[in-house]
Design a protein around this ligand. Structure first.
Ligand code: GLA
Length: 436
């Protein structure tokens, strides 16, 4: 075969394989049922909390009416246990008729009418993790088609009850099937989580081509221990994971549990800050009907969200791990900005951590600093100025760092793609953090 033909063929097969929905150029944001509501199907005794259309309509109302949607939280995602135990006469998945009497298509309309998007859950395997009908290889096309006809906007495809070979075939086949529907459907693949999350079993280049996001690791639970173990795993493997992320392709350390029962306010800020640094999808799993104002303020923090949603889409990393139990994380942002997180693993008292921007590899120059959770600007810092941050036990101090307009040159290296001389003005930041 002539060389050009081979090249063309290769290019063609790669093109048909890649997910072509153009979605999720920044990490997706929204709400996902699983961590908070699990597989509660007891609608008789627990009608407000069971997995039913009532729950998703309630949460859609809250997303639309309580300021979440405007901040970017637009996906409302169904997880396991939504379906009937049997497929219909045509072999199609169907919603449980008692709990979703109107059907998923009507629910999608309800969600779309409120300016939101609807996600659904499937499992590449014989059964879902909760024991509901799975999507075996022969059912991939029909399930993709069904979801598209219902008006679904995102699919989480779990991996229970399948083996490595089936996953290797099935995840790319679903990409193809979703492409074939013609409907842009965000695609979340749990594949790496079932293969230990690391090469050589996991190919992050391939995942980036065929999925918009992927779960790398185990399930989050409602506890600080769980958050910490996830942060540790992602940080330990940052050299592998960090380069895998980018616009349209994200590592997913799992849901935000802020607003539930397991985290203090400081720990909630830590989860928000670290998920923002990691360019993680922000899917809350909480009860938006009863969430307290402290948790809401953290989840609705505009600068933390803007950092998470930075258009460059470069995942951050840990820069420093101090013996004192302080870790420093950094993420480069567009327009020469960057984010810093000082995180304490200590359990005694607020720790006074002393450092300088120079010690954190910042170039010579002056920098404006905005404290994300104090919600106020700090004094301008020179790279050589020593400063002290007081970090609460299991808490964070999070900064947005901007090259001072007087010293624009110095910070150009902070962004991999510096966008030229139009640097950001402090006033803009306070008024409108979304234009970072
Ligand atoms: C797996 C997934 C979870 C959730 C459950 C549902 O454990 O990792 O996120 O979807 O299945 O059963």
């Amino acid at each position: 075969m002539p060389r050009t033909t081979i090249v063309l063929l290769l290019a063609f097969s790669a093109a048909t394989l890649a997910l072509d929905n153009g979605l999720m150029r920044t990490p997706p944001m929204g709400w996902l049922a699983w961590e908070r509501f699990r597989c509660d199907i007891d609608c008789e005794n627990d009608p407000k909390n069971c997995i039913s259309e009532v729950l998703f309509k309630d949460m859609a109302d809250r997303l639309a009416e309580d300021g979440w949607r405007e901040l970017g939280y637009v996906y409302i995602n169904i997880d396991d246990c939504w379906s009937s135990k049997e497929r219909d006469a045509h072999g199609r998945l169907q919603a449980d008729p008692k709990r979703f009497p109107s059907g998923i298509d009507k629910l999608a309309r309800y969600v779309h009418d409120r300016g939101l998007k609807l996600g659904i859950y499937g499992d590449l395997g014989t059964y879902t993790c909760g024991g509901y009908p799975g999507t075996t290889l022969d059912k991939i096309e029909i399930d993709a088609q069904t979801f598209a006809e219902w008006g679904i906007d995102m699919l989480k495809l779990d991996g229970c009850y399948s083996n490595a070979t089936e996953q290797e075939q099935g995840y790319p086949l679903m990409t193809k099937a979703l492409n074939a529907t013609g409907r842009p459907i965000g695609y979340s693949c749990s594949w790496p989580a079932y293969q230990g999350g690391l090469p050589p079993k996991v190919n992050y280049t391939l995942l980036g081509d065929i999925c918009n996001l992927w779960r790398n690791y185990g399930d989050i639970q409602d506890s600080w221990d769980s958050v910490l173990s996830i942060v540790d795993w992602f940080t330990d493997h940052q050299d592998i994971l960090q380069p895998a992320a980018g616009p349209g392709r994200w590592n997913d350390p799992d849901m935000l549990i802020i607003g539930d029962y397991g985290l203090s306010i400081d720990q909630s800020r830590s989860q928000m800050a670290l998920w923002a640094i990691m360019a993680a999808p922000l899917f809350m799993s909480n009860d938006l009907r009863t969430i307290n104002s402290g948790a809401r303020a953290i989840l609705q923090n505009k600068v933390a969200i803007a950092i998470n949603q930075d258009p460059l889409g470069i995942q951050g990393r840990r820069l420093v791990k101090e013996k004192s139990g302080i870790d420093v994380f950094w993420r480069p942002l567009s327009k020469g900005a960057s984010a810093l997180v000082f995180f304490s693993r200590r359990s005694d008292m607020p720790f006074r951590y002393k450092t300088s921007l120079k010690a954190l590899n910042y170039a010579a120059g002056s920098y404006e600093v905005y404290d994300v959770f104090l919600e106020k600007p700090m004094p301008v810092l020179k790279d050589t100025t020593e400063f002290v941050v007081s970090v609460n036990p299991s808490g964070v101090v999070m900064w947005l760092v901007l090259p001072s307009t007087r010293w624009q040159q110095g910070a150009a290296h902070l962004s991999k793609k510096p966008t030229g001389p139009k640097f950001y003005q402090r006033q803009q930041l306070v008024d409108s953090p979304f234009v970072l």
